[in-house]
Design a protein around this ligand. Structure first.
Ligand code: GTQ
Length: 377
């Protein structure tokens, strides 16, 4: 039996919609449309597929292709006029909702020395992953933080935030990640500009890491009631050190190598309510097996080089390249170097999947867990 005839057979015996058009039915559908209605059996198989069918496509944005054009925005618009000077990443299947993948937005923000983008807050949860430049900072609810390459910083929903670069800094580019499309899908997106355009720095610089980043320690007597992590910045050096140490004592996951999640030190849970993030290390020459998950994933290569096979398509990546894995698509990763680690930063919507009881994962059973490569880019 071919695949198509098997699907037909399943639909015939398992009660899936399978109604052939007749002139009477076509006239009936027309009439239903006039009434602002429709016959469920004409759309049932589409709106209730056997399993998730993402309209997002696996995709890669290579930094060598984007960098010059992102820098060019420095000359073309000011942060005052643009609000945020950002080149967003548009998934070809999600242009209508300005998503990089699923319900996740991503963009590359660029700022020059001495520039500041005005303070605002919104329902969308946001994060930054620093790509290059010296002197970047962000101020989140009065907590000002200095930022360096591969630092991961939160600007949680409802928190005032503004970004900038010190006078003596260099042009900085960082990746923004937000759940703007999800907030819009839920019709729940509010946006507010700070009454003073800039907010005060209310705490000592980098107080969040000084207070909450102690390994295995938490500040005695500190009360934290917000739904997101009190640790707002996760620096690269301790992150890489944690991964390197863990790699000495674990084989890691067959699908992800050595993967560690950024967590809220207060709860041990994800950093924000809707967005989770992790960093994974692939050892020299390591090749993982394929699995698939409900959830959308936006990756940035933070170190090294390699490739990922996503839904049968191979994407070669190196430091600063960004690629996406849509929900329920098989993916596997490989480190292409024989002597250097490769590290992949990821943000995702797993906290939403888990909170709603929708999280699933499945290993590829066939072919020893590896996908055949159908296309290569
Ligand atoms: O910095 O708050 O790329 O609100 C898109 C929307 C960045 C931000 C983006 C935003 C921001």
């Amino acid at each position: 039996m071919t695949d198509t005839s098997f699907d037909q057979y399943r639909e015939d015996i398992l009660g899936r919609a399978n109604v052939a058009d007749t002139p009477e039915l076509i006239a009936y559908y027309k009439r239903l449309k006039e009434l602002g209605t429709g016959a469920l059996w004409t759309v049932a198989n589409k709106i209730e597929p056997w399993e998730p069918v993402s309209t997002s496509v696996p995709w890669i944005w290579r930094y060598k292709d984007l960098r010059n054009d992102v820098m060019k925005a420095l000359e073309l618009v000011t942060p005052e006029k643009a609000g945020r000077r950002v080149v967003f990443l548009e998934n070809p299947g999600r242009a209508d909702v300005v998503a990089a993948c699923g319900w996740l937005y991503s963009g590359l923000q660029v700022m020059g020395p001495g520039e500041v983008a005005s303070s605002h807050r919104h329902s969308a949860s946001a994060l930054r992953f620093i790509m290059e430049g010296q002197g970047a900072f962000t101020n989140v609810d009065g907590h000002k933080m200095t930022l360096g390459a591969n630092d991961f910083v939160l600007t949680p929903n409802g928190a005032w935030h503004e970004h900038g670069v010190a006078e003596d800094g260099t042009p900085c580019i960082w990746q923004d990640g937000l759940d703007i499309p999800l907030m819009n899908a839920l019709d729940a997106n509010f946006y507010e500009v700070h009454p003073d355009l800039a907010q005060a720095v209310s705490f000592p610089i980098d107080d969040s890491t000084a207070t909450w980043a102690g390994t295995g320690l938490r500040p005695a007597g500190h009360v934290w009631t917000k739904a997101y992590s009190p640790l707002l910045k996760y620096e690269w050096a301790p992150t890489y050190e944690a991964l390197s140490k863990f790699a000495r004592v674990t084989d890691g996951s067959p699908y992800d190598g050595v993967l560690m999640e950024y967590v809220n030190p207060h709860t041990g849970g994800p950093v924000m309510q809707t967005i989770g993030a992790s960093m994974q290390l692939l050892r020299p020459g390591e090749k993982t097996k394929a699995h698939r998950q409900t959830g959308s994933f936006v990756y940035q290569c933070a170190k090294g080089k390699g490739y990922s096979i996503i839904n049968g398509q191979r994407f070669d990546w190196q430091e600063r390249d960004i690629f996406v894995v849509p929900s329920w698509m098989y993916h596997e990763h490989a480190n292409a170097s024989d002597n250097e680690d490769a590290c992949l930063f990821t943000f995702n919507d797993l906290p939403v999947m888990r909170a709603l009881g929708l999280y699933r994962e499945e290993a590829l059973a066939e072919n020893n867990g590896h996908q055949p490569v159908l296309t290569w880019s």
